[in-house]
Design a protein around this ligand. Structure first.
Ligand code: SF4
Length: 294
């Protein structure tokens, strides 16, 4: 995958800041090495690689060769597990996870294949705008898994591998879908629909399809959110959000425990016009930890 050298936003960067600004800081500002990768990410990469091979056959009007799809899954799995240490969950084994991935792929390939494939793993570098219609300086980089055409409307399909089924609310509120719609609107001028195809690795594997859509208003709101994140970053507002969901798979648990708020930069962020001794340090620390300044 080509790396974008120009500064840009991506859904994963936006989402990471919203989930835990301190994790964003460790990964994207300090660029600390990631000592490990979660098993879920390895499985997701291997499934995505294999699905891309499958969809390419369809786009080229050929019969998919299942052996090639499985081969791509296994090769991606091996290269990912050789690159980094993989953190498996308790009671999870690599063999079991690989078997689950292959079973999900087989189940997906048994279903009616997508029609009118327009693009696979399409890269978009597009502008973002706020709710006042003003364009932001930093563009958005988006990669869509699959784009098809249905009755003159484009449909973006996002593939997920998950341990449980998704809820409607998750896809209705996901900023990822908003990023995709923003990308397609900027490139084509038309609003696409979005479908989440969730490959659920329960004991009996299943496939769930959830449809969602976004409006022009949602795109402006996405720009508003990104503008606020930019302002927080410019003011050094980074703080931990400790939740079991965030921290159990975080590769930065050690630096996080050692982290202390930078009180001086917090004071600067509160009011740069006041002399240092006029600022209440307690208020400054509260501003940093509670993100009240943005
Ligand atoms: S351990 Fe938790 S709070 Fe700390 S950086 Fe990671 S996700 Fe954030």
């Amino acid at each position: 995958m080509k790396r974008e050298s120009r500064p840009h936003w991506s859904y994963s960067a936006i989402n990471q800041f919203l989930r835990c600004p301190l994790q964003y800081y460790f990964q994207r500002i300090l660029k600390l090495p990631q000592p490990s990768i979660s098993s879920g990410l390895v499985l997701g990469s291997a499934v995505h690689g294999a699905l891309a091979v499958y969809h390419r056959y369809l786009m080229e009007g050929q019969d998919p060769v299942e052996q090639q799809v499985r081969q791509e899954f296994l090769e991606t799995w091996v290269s990912k597990t050789e690159e980094q240490t993989v953190e498996y969950k308790a009671n999870e084994s690599p063999k079991e996870l690989m078997d689950q991935g292959l079973a999900l792929l087989q189940l997906y390939m048994k279903q009616p294949p997508p029609q009118n494939v327009v693009a696979i793993e399409q890269r978009f570098l597009v502008p973002l705008h706020n709710s006042d219609g003003e364009y932001l300086e930093t563009p958005l980089l988006a990669f869509t898994d699959l784009i098809t055409e249905e009755s003159d409307t484009l449909k973006v399909t996002e593939f997920k591998t998950a341990g449980r089924a998704y809820g409607d609310f998750e896809v209705e509120t996901s900023l990822q879908a908003t990023c995709y719609v923003n990308a397609v609107v900027e490139m084509t001028g038309t609003l696409p629909t979005v479908e989440y195809t969730v490959l659920v690795k329960t004991k009996t594997p299943k496939i769930q399809r959830l449809k969602t859509a976004r409006t022009e208003e949602d795109l402006g709101r996405l720009g508003d959110v990104v503008q606020k994140i930019e302002r927080a970053i410019a003011n050094d507002v980074f703080f931990p959000i400790e939740t079991p969901l965030n921290c159990s798979t975080c590769p930065y648990r050690q630096p996080c425990r050692e982290w202390k708020p930078d009180v001086v930069s917090a004071i600067d962020a509160v009011d740069a016009t006041k002399p240092m001794d006029a600022v209440n340090p307690a208020k400054a620390a509260y501003t940093l930890n509670g993100a009240k300044s943005c």
